[in-house]
Design a protein around this ligand. Structure first.
Ligand SMILES: Cc1cc2nc3c(=O)[nH]c(=O)nc-3n(C[C@H](O)[C@H](O)[C@H](O)COP(=O)(O)O)c2cc1C
Length: 331
């Protein structure tokens, strides 16, 4: 199970269409679903929540919850649908999530998390991993994180994705909780140093695959096992085009931005036939031309046209032509 490079779970972003699109840039990166509450899977529309395209592998299902039985039932369904990993969200700070007693607040109750993991592991064969923070609120991360990790090791967890900042559960909203508490990569390294056999993945504030690779390298004191990036991939998806070469020694030729955009046309056509509005797909493609001539036009064309012409995949080819035109003019 390789986590050398992962694209972070992001609610309202990393749905199956977004993951399909991200897969075009890297064959090997590990992709994550949005956080899904366990009961939503058990009682809700399973195909809508869990179905995915086989090209998305390796892909992990991220669950939220704190009831061991409910989580285990959802995990069983995840395994049946073909997910490669069950990841437990112990990092979300939102008020709604706290009210349900899941997400980051569970860092204060590692024994409950351990019971959840044990119950899931009893029911599924795929690996169960944890995504957590370095601590919460007034707790000292130097104490909280090792205690949390140690308890979870005893429950059988060997992969921890650590968002290297505290979550402040009172007073900061989720967005502020991704920006205000300072990053502390060293504490993540401390965990790896103490338990070298664990699979430790660094997350938080990494700007691109090159700086991520540098940050997890041995030159920083200890070598971490992987990096996870969220916002920077959304802003500039093409930035992960070198991931396969950089992290997985796969140096095959990679497609251009235009090639990827063109490949998405047939995907849009298929989705429209299934009743999926095109803007659900194009909303996560807005960053494709980030940093290139025509980026602004691409972004504004798609954001204006796609919500208005929700069943018309031609919007995408028109946007491609507009960018091509503007780039040809400049050449
Ligand atoms: C829009 C958005 C939605 C997010 N949703 C989730 C989520 O569903 N589950 C989760 O574990 N983290 C979620 N996160 C946090 C990210 O997974 C990640 O830990 C955080 O953004 C830090 O990484 P970054 O600095 O590379 O973005 C979300 C972040 C963003 C920006």
């Amino acid at each position: 199970m390789s986590h050398k490079f992962c694209v972070a779970p992001m609610i309202d972003v990393t749905n199956r269409h977004c993951r399909f699109f991200f897969r075009k840039f890297s064959k090997h990166s590990r992709l994550y679903t949005e956080m899904i509450v366990a009961d939503a899977i058990t009682y809700g529309d399973k195909d809508f929540l869990l179905d995915f395209d086989s090209i998305e592998h390796p892909v992990a299902l991220q669950l939220a919850g704190s009831d061991p039985t409910a989580l285990a039932s959802a995990a069983v369904l995840g395994e049946e649908y073909g997910y490669d990993e069950i990841n437990l969200n112990i990092g979300c700070p939102s008020k709604r999530v706290q009210a349900g007693n899941f997400g980051a607040c569970l860092m204060a109750d590692p024994h409950l998390v351990a019971r959840c993991v044990e119950k899931i592991q009893e029911k599924v064969k795929i690996p169960v991993t944890i995504k957590c923070r370095i601590g919460i609120d007034e707790y000292n991360p130097d104490e909280m994180l090792p205690e949390f990790v140690e308890t979870l090791i005893q429950a059988g967890v060997s992969t921890f994705i650590i968002h290297a900042r505290k979550a402040m559960l009172d007073g900061l909203d989720p967005k502020q909780n991704r920006e205000i508490p300072p990053l502390d990569y060293d504490i993540v390294r401390m965990i790896k140093r103490r338990w070298p056999y664990l699979n430790i993945i660094l997350n938080g504030g990494l700007l691109n695959p090159y700086s991520a690779k540098n940050e997890i390298s041995a030159s920083k004191g200890v070598e971490l096992d992987g990096a996870m990036i969220g916002r920077a991939v959304l802003e500039n998806p093409y930035s992960i085009i070198d991931v396969d070469k950089l992290f997985y020694d796969d140096g095959r030729a990679m497609p251009s931005r235009f090639k990827i955009a063109e490949e998405m046309i047939s995907y849009l056509e298929i989705c429209v036939q299934k009743g999926v509005p095109i803007n659900i797909i194009t909303q996560n493609m807005l960053g494709l031309f980030h940093g290139c001539r025509g980026a602004k036009l691409w972004r504004s064309y798609l954001s204006h046209q796609a919500p208005r012409r929700r069943d018309d995949p031609k919007v995408l080819s028109e946007a491609i032509n507009q960018v091509l035109e503007i780039q040809n003019e400049a050449a």
